[in-house]
Design a protein around this ligand. Structure first.
Ligand code: RIB
Length: 314
């Protein structure tokens, strides 16, 4: 079975639905729910439910949060390789407003202890047909180890550079074959690595040549997909590696959705993209992106993060 190996965070999410997102000094009322999340885990669940054999590498505490992760991985058939550490399992506080937009506070807990050695052990058998997928809610040396293991095996190394407030350096970028920022992360990366200032909410309206040029400066050797929410996404390839596409850059429109909660929509996109790449290596890249867009749209129609991932096979 085609495999996706996800290295990243698991969090117990505590989410409140509120009319408007809180501002400093506000006290609001909202409806509360808790459930599994963490960018790594959300992406692993998405990859699995999109049909790929999936391994999830993470660090968990020795508490009920860890038990939840173990139970869910077992229920969904995910091969969990968790380091059990003394710190509490990660947590996240999430507010979701009436438009489905969110703001998130992370308590990294055990996620902050994920060690490169654990990642190396857990990814010892990466194969060329696999996709290795990592994000930035884990220590950067562990993320680097994950991408290195993928590249060394000839697998696809995918980096979702989220969240935007985590700064990475050039040595991390060169490890990625595919980079998948949203518009906020893209603006932050372009500011740090290309030295050009762009506003996150202006990214979607940049013209194609401009977006392509920025992507090429950011990741000269690889493919960049900038996810743009309701504006779909933008794909930019290196000339040397167009991944079966006839165009070197293009836009893919968003799938229509009755969105009620966008928490984890980016994770849905990343997990589904990885699953599609692993399962249909002969397809043009645009087909994988279309599938991931469809998958992400469906995920926004359910409340929550990991449990909102649809069973929709690539
Ligand atoms: O991307 C959404 C996720 O970000 C949430 O599940 C939360 O845990 C944070 O990691």
């Amino acid at each position: 079975m085609a495999r996706v190996l996800v290295v990243g965070s698991f969090n117990v999410d505590h989410a409140w639905r509120v009319a408007t997102l809180p501002v400093a000094g506000a006290t609001l009322s909202g409806s509360y729910a808790t459930g599994p999340g963490g960018k790594g885990f959300n992406q692993a669940i998405a990859a699995r439910r999109a049909g790929a054999g999936t391994r999830f590498v993470c660090a968990l505490g020795k508490d009920v949060g860890a038990q939840l992760a173990r139970t869910l991985c077992s229920d969904d058939g995910i091969d969990l390789r968790a380091a059990a550490v003394a710190d509490p399992t990660g947590t996240a506080g999430i507010y979701v407003d009436a438009q489905g937009r969110n703001c998130i506070v992370i308590g990294a807990g055990a996620n902050a202890t994920l060690a490169p050695g654990h990642v190396a052990d857990a990814l010892g058998d990466v194969a060329a047909a696999d996709v290795v997928l990592a994000q930035l809610e884990s220590p950067l040396d562990a993320v680097a180890q994950a991408l290195d293991a993928g590249r060394a095996a000839g697998a696809i190394a995918m980096l979702n550079p989220a969240p935007a407030n985590v700064a990475i350096d050039e040595t991390m970028l060169v490890r990625a074959d595919i980079l998948t920022p949203n518009e906020t992360e893209f603006a932050a990366l372009v500011g740090r690595h290309v030295g050009k200032r762009i506003e996150a909410d202006a990214v979607a309206s940049l013209d194609q040549p401009r977006l392509h040029a920025l992507c090429r400066e950011l990741l000269p050797h690889g493919s960049v997909i900038v996810t743009l929410g309701a504006s779909g996404c933008f794909v930019s390839h290196a000339e040397s590696m167009q991944r079966g596409d006839s165009a070197i850059c293009y836009r893919v429109p968003a799938e229509p959705a009755q969105a009620i909660d966008t928490t984890g929509a980016g994770d849905a996109f990343n997990g589904a993209l990885a699953a599609s790449l692993a399962q249909r290596p002969g397809s043009a890249f645009i087909e994988h992106v279309r599938f991931a867009s469809r998958y992400a749209a469906r995920s926004t129609e359910q409340a929550g993060a990991a449990l909102a991932m649809p069973r929709l096979v690539a």
